[in-house]
Design a protein around this ligand. Sequence first.
Ligand SMILES: [Zn+2]
Length: 338
Amino acid sequence: MIPRERVLNAVFNREVDRIPVVSVTSVATEDFMEASNAWWPDAHKDPKKMAELGAAAHKMTGLESVNVPFCLTVEIEALGCQVSLHEKGEKLRWPSVISSPVKEPTDLEIPEDFAKRGRIPVVLKAIRLLKKEIKEDVSVVSYVTGPFTMAGYLAGHDKLLMMTLTDPRKARDFIDMASKVAAHFGALLKEAEADVITVQEPSACCDVISPSMFDNLIKPSLRELMAQLKPPRILHICGTVSPILRGMAECGAEALSVDERVNVAEAKKALGPKPTIVGNIAPISVLFKGTPKDVERAVIGAIEAGVDMVAPGCDLWPYTPAENVKTMVEVVKKHGKR
Ligand SMILES: [Zn+2]
């Protein structure tokens, strides 16, 4: 089975010869930047470098996905937010938002030339370059920012949380509008022929919000978004999500991506075979700080717990050793037969 077929089969809960090993979040690390000679911030801005860095983990370790972009600021930058990509020579840091022009949800409109703004053309071109290079062999995984997380970038995360209490209607309007932006970006990614779209909604974990807030405020917008995105779709929420797992499953994505805080055996027991569960190798304590032996133990544990696709629980920390990613891949190849 070629990796792309294996990954798509696993996402759609069809038969596979072995569990796939992928990332559904960022794969940009110092080791992979060095191997591909595609460094931040250039790899955020140059489509060729973005494609090279997005494929580096696959080429160097056999990871069965290529992944672009590397941050959640592409859409909001196209909406007019000022974003710092951090200059060369600085310690590797994810892009950060400096300011947002959006004060009211009514300020938020999808510009007609959205597809041409900021780094959106860079991401679309990078996907096309990857498709051309790797053909049908490996899945191209791309991302949209989840509505609640995007609304937080636009309105300010603390302000949005406060708003959910003081002016819930306005908060809802912000989230609904962000959901429309995500759907629009998702359609562009699909047009460029991304195979899999991950909706990254890290702000919606129970370390930030209550389960009832997830059900009442966030789930409806995620359902709306998923309905507009072409399958296959993965919903990624890292952090504490066990209390909202069922709600996540009801959002309509084929797969859920979770981190090490989820007990996969219990999740599979509670949810059944669908949706596909992706994860849940700890990106910091195991992949970044652990030894290859720790990685082996964690991967075997995830397979035994019944994970359907092995992946890091979230973005690879930029200083993750490539050796640990390689070990993750090799252990899945050895122990993941179905
Ligand atoms: Zn995450």
